[in-house]
Design a protein around this ligand. Structure first.
Ligand SMILES: [Zn+2]
Length: 279
């Protein structure tokens, strides 16, 4: 097993769609999508036929439920495949895949609302909540695009977006019925979750950079630890050394981008943050 395979299974940051472009094979991926569509159309066509032959008694179009539920899966599969084949960079993929998934689920909720003949448009609530989240992702995505073009953007810059959303909610609360102060309920979790997500992403990247530079320093010192020669070390100490060596092996495969200063996952021919080609 190569170091690269070991990395892809052990590192929590690894994702089939994000980290390792070399794992993606467009030919087999397209074949997978095609096979998915054939079985989808065949099975649902059959179900529709059964529904038709047994009679739409009382307007009971039950075939719509498997058609739509399975439709979510096939729509996401198709759009993810499209996004991956079109965008090689992590930031683009992250945003467009998110966008496709939320759009699919929103259309599904809307259709479910319609076919169940509920008079209340309940679908608007989850769609609005997902829309706020997607808006935040869009702002973060635009921030990365600005960094790529060489501009400096403050770390917590993207917090302006949830802040605007919250001001809007406070405004609605004050100018609607008043005296209820319900705005605390959405405002507190929105700001808290936004801060925690933005902060943890930044910390994760800073941590990667620090570990990378520590590894570089260790390599220069050329410290060579041989467990055979140091048999007097306790098992616990030896375990630590082995773990450190594993960390070193992973770090040495990471690529430091000289343009944007980000540390990239192994297996990349280009910087996944700014697109600079590595030699
Ligand atoms: Zn870069």
């Amino acid at each position: 097993m190569s170091e690269n395979q070991k990395y892809s299974k052990n590192d929590s940051h690894y994702s089939k769609y994000h980290a390792n472009t070399s794992n993606y094979n467009p030919v087999s991926a397209n074949r997978g999508v095609k096979a998915h569509w054939i079985s989808y159309l065949a099975v649902n066509g059959l179900l529709m036929l059964i529904n038709l032959l047994t009679g739409f008694s009382g307007g009971n179009f039950w075939f719509l439920y498997p058609l739509l539920s399975w439709g979510i899966g096939i729509s996401i599969h198709t759009s993810v495949n499209y996004v991956i084949s079109r965008y090689p960079y992590k930031s683009d993929r992250g945003f467009y895949i998110h966008f496709a998934v939320i759009l699919t689920v929103s259309v599904y909720l809307f259709l479910l609302n319609v076919i169940t003949r509920v008079n209340y448009p309940w679908f608007a609530w989850p769609v609005a909540a997902m829309g706020i989240g997607l808006g935040e992702h869009f702002v973060a995505y635009k921030r990365i695009k600005r960094i790529e073009s060489g501009q400096m953007v403050p770390r917590l810059h993207t917090l302006w977006y949830p802040a605007v959303v919250c001001f809007f909610l406070v405004f609605v609360d004050i100018f609607s019925n008043g005296h209820v102060n319900w705005f605390w309920w959405p405002v507190v979790p929105i700001m808290l979750v936004s801060f925690v997500i933005i902060d943890s992403i930044t910390r994760h990247r800073e941590n990667l950079r620090t570990r990378y530079h520590e590894h570089q320093a260790r390599s220069r010192e050329n410290v060579n630890f041989n467990t055979q020669e140091n048999a007097s070390y306790s098992q616990e100490e030896r375990r630590e050394v082995v773990l450190e060596r594993k960390d070193n092996a992973t770090q040495s495969e990471r690529k430091f981008c000289p343009r944007c200063g980000e540390v990239n996952s192994p297996g990349h021919g280009f910087c996944e943050y700014c697109g600079l080609k590595f030699e």
